[in-house]
Design a protein around this ligand. Structure first.
Ligand code: MTE
Ligand code: LUZ
Ligand code: MOS
Length: 749
């Protein structure tokens, strides 16, 4: 089945927040933001803004009827800074005007009097001051101290990885409508409708039932709208609450870039120890996460880093500690991978450094340490499948590791001014929210009198194709043509208490809930059919819209069956509730079984470096990926391709630059480069791992949204492998991204 949104997207007919027809009298909101990163507000002068023609009202912290607090895990983030400012770009007020231009122009006329304080931007500096968002956490397995004594090789080092801007094509936005009795309808570009509903209620001081959140689709989220779509929705709702008018806020791109959080930059210290046979015996590391000025999702991201510190490997002795450091940057947030890429990056860096010191190729170490069934990750769970090893084997059969290495060698012998490099990147990603209670979902299904079907779930469509997958689930379970199925918007009035669509588990959780609801309806229809055909329920099946009675196709059509059921007063609406079974985790022991299953895979990346310019291209990416039994290969391959390109961007050209005062300098698309069609790999070949799939995955089709992001990490090592072909004594640069500038400097140190 094709993605149902493809046509609308390419013809411009898909509806995003800014495309919703405006109600008469709609006000436009502009956010007034702090001009400095740290300080105390002495005074704010709104006179010039207020007197701008077209400005209707200025909303400040003083107007909040409930609490000026939007923190989700820890309540440490104000909607409007009052009186202390913690990052540059922090919202302090909202200007409501008759049109968009007037609102943003007036926002620029606000005059601040701030007592400035020294900002902190480095996580190591914050750690020195013991300035943490939450206490550090440590995962352990075995005993590293005694294990290091047994090691033949011990390599120590430091590393860092930068942040990353989400660059969803649709910037943050919301449209709120007033309703009677103070009720508010919120159209939000959010991955978390319930978070918007709950926090709006909290700030307005009203129950959640007064707030209806509706999400049609997002023009991309990538985690950037898991938590950080909330403030704008709350501000607009507050505007509607105060003025009884519709309010729209759409962040201009440069404001969105400046004030929203990004992927967490990390700094790392590690020690890795191997025996003579290249088995990794011990690994020890400290991770300094740059959390920014408020907690946001940092504790959950910290946790996912710990779950992935050993990537796809079994290491008997491990100690990893993550420090969540408070700095004066915008609060960093969820981004595809959610801390796992940082964990995997350090593991691969440690392996590459060890390989460099020992004088072997990294893949000799990688291959030798892949995790197998029965072996445990530091958090106590074992993989259900031997897929790490299977992936490696299938990759070698399909693409030929030695063959690729030989061709790179030959190329380098024949070319002086360009050099090729190659790296392998195995991955293993745990599927489930690491917070157990979030692993639940609901779905609502109506079968209408004419046999058509309307489905609602808690899943949010953000380009990943979850709506298409939901329609497939309903059509497959009810065994009807997919044309009969309509997917409704994601709406808190129809489906309540949703987890955000995140952790790659949107399709699994909501699909399972939907499967349950559809099965209940199907059972009921079978009873009706049995009565009509004068037989027992267990001799009836519904298949491709036909009723089959003891193996024989009856004359009863789907439409007749549905209408009869309705006339017989049989309910044609059902709810499904799903909670992932068996998962658990003990935070005191830091052990348990947090994941429904794991997704495995491996990429081989070939890069070409221009020796004179320091520029590079990613020539090709070969992948064996564990889709389970993919329910939609077009969508799933699209997810892998998009994720790979995004991962490569993080490791190569995307460079966030802040100055020491906490100002974001690369806040335009001319200074912050994301991969475009020219810098994307010339070729991506994807081979599906031969697999039976996994029962915990929807229709055995494994979650695919985030895991393949991590393949991009291979580009960091492939590029430096090419550099070593030019300069034999080149030492691995462990600071990502490996920009063109760094390559040029590294070639001619
Ligand atoms: N694909 C597109 N096109 N746009 C997105 O915003 N977000 C990613 C991934 N793929 C994203 C995407 C992230 S961060 C997640 S967690 C998953 O999609 C969420 O959707 P799923 O749970 O349905 O896979
Ligand atoms: N969000 C979250 C996530 O709240 N918990 C998670 O475990 C997670 N994992 C990946 C992406 N988002
Ligand atoms: Mo994705 S980072 O879980 O939204």
């Amino acid at each position: 089945m094709k993605n149902i949104d493809s046509r609308g997207h390419v013809t411009g007919q898909s509806i995003y927040i800014d495309d919703i027809p405006e109600q008469q009298g709609t006000l436009h909101g502009a956010v007034v933001v702090s001009p400095v990163a740290h300080g105390i507000i002495r005074n704010i002068d709104y006179t010039k803004a207020e007197s701008t023609s077209g400005v209707v009202r200025i909303v400040t912290a003083a107007d909040i009827p409930g609490e000026n607090q939007i923190g989700s895990i820890v309540q440490d983030e104000q909607l409007f800074a009052d009186p202390e400012i913690h990052f540059k770009g922090q919202p302090v007020a909202l200007i409501l005007a008759n049109d968009y231009d007037t609102a943003w122009e007036a926002a620029g006329k606000v005059v601040f009097d701030i007592e400035e304080k020294q900002p902190v931007t480095s996580p190591r500096e914050a750690a020195k001051n013991k300035s943490f968002l939450v206490p550090p956490r440590t995962f352990r397995q075995g005993d590293v101290t005694s294990a290091f004594k047994e090691c033949e090789y011990i390599v120590k080092g430091s590393a860092s990885s930068a942040g990353q801007e989400h660059l969803y094509l649709e910037t943050q936005g919301v449209y709120t409508l007033p309703s009677e009795n103070g009720n508010i309808k919120v159209f939000s570009s959010t991955q978390g409708p319930t978070a918007v509903q709950r926090i709006t209620g909290h700030v307005l001081g009203c129950p959640m039932h007064k707030i209806e959140v509706d999400v049609n689709r997002l023009g991309g989220g990538f985690g950037g709208k898991e938590d950080q779509a909330t403030p704008w929705a709350v501000m607009a709702s507050l505007g509607t609450f105060l003025t009884h008018k519709a309010v729209k806020i759409i962040l201009p791109r440069h404001i969105d870039l400046m004030i929203t959080g990004k992927r967490h930059p990390y700094e790392y210290d590690f020690t890795i120890g191997l025996d003579k046979s290249l088995k990794i015996i011990a690994f020890e590391a400290d991770y300094f996460q740059n959390g920014g000025a408020a907690t946001d999702l940092s504790p959950a991201i910290l946790e996912r880093t710990l779950f992935h510190i050993t990537n796809a490997y079994y290491i008997p002795n491990v100690r990893g500690t993550v420090y969540s450091c408070r700095t004066n940057l915008p609060p960093n947030t969820a981004f595809r991978g959610f801390g796992a890429p940082q964990g995997m990056f350090l593991m691969e860096t440690a392996i590459a450094k060890a390989a460099e010191a020992i004088g072997v190729k990294a893949d000799a170490i990688q291959k030798n340490n892949l995790i197998r069934k029965g072996e445990t990750f530091p958090y106590g769970q074992s993989p259900d499948e031997d897929n790490a090893v299977k992936v490696w084997k299938q990759f070698d059969e399909k693409f030929g590791i030695e063959k690729i290495k030989e061709s790179v060698k030959t190329y380098n012998a024949q070319n002086r001014l360009t050099k090729k490099g190659f790296a392998l990147m195995p991955i293993c990603f745990g599927i489930s929210f690491t917070n157990q209670s979030m692993n639940q979902a609901r779905a609502l299904v109506h079968i209408y009198q004419d046999g058509s079907i309307g489905i609602s779930t808690g899943a949010v469509e953000m380009g990943q194709g979850v709506n298409t997958k939901m329609m497939q689930v309903a059509a497959q379970v009810l065994s009807v043509n997919v044309e009969r199925v309509k997917i409704e918007t994601t709406n808190t009035t129809r489906v309540s208490n949703t987890s955000p669509t995140a952790a790659s588990s949107g399709a699994d959780l909501n699909g399972k809930a939907l499967e349950i609801a559809c099965n209940k309806l199907k059972e009921r229809l079978i009873l009706v059919a049995a009565k009509l055909l004068n037989t027992e329920a267990d001799s009836i099946i519904i298949e491709n819209e036909k009723v089959i009675n003891s193996g024989k196709v009856s004359s009863l059509t789907w439409e007749e069956l549905v209408m009869t059921a309705h006339l017989e007063r049989v309910g044609l609406t059902e709810n499904g509730h799903y909670a992932t079974p068996e998962i658990h985790f003990d935070k005191n022991l830091e052990k348990g079984h947090p994941f429904a299953y794991h997704v495995f895979g491996m990429a081989g990346i070939t890069a070409v470096v221009d020796i004179l310019r320091g520029t590079y291209e990613i020539e090709n990416v070969d992948i064996v990926h564990d889709f389970g039994k993919s329910m939609n290969e077009t969508i799933d391959h699209g997810q892998v391709e998009g994720a790979v390109v995004q991962g490569i961007g993080w490791m190569t050209i995307e460079d966030l630059v802040f100055d020491e005062k906490g100002s974001f300098l690369s806040n335009s698309l001319s200074t912050y480069k994301v991969p475009d069609i020219y810098s994307a790999p010339k070729e991506i070949r994807i081979s599906d791992l031969k697999s039976e799939g996994n029962e915990r995955a929807i229709l055995k089709s494994k979650a695919v949204g985030e895991p393949p992001f991590n393949y991009g990490i291979g580009a960091f090592f492939a590029i430096q492998d090419a550099m070593r072909a030019f300069r034999e004594n080149y030492e691995l640069n462990t600071s990502a991204p490996i920009t063109h500038e760094k390559v040029l400097l590294g070639l001619y140190k």
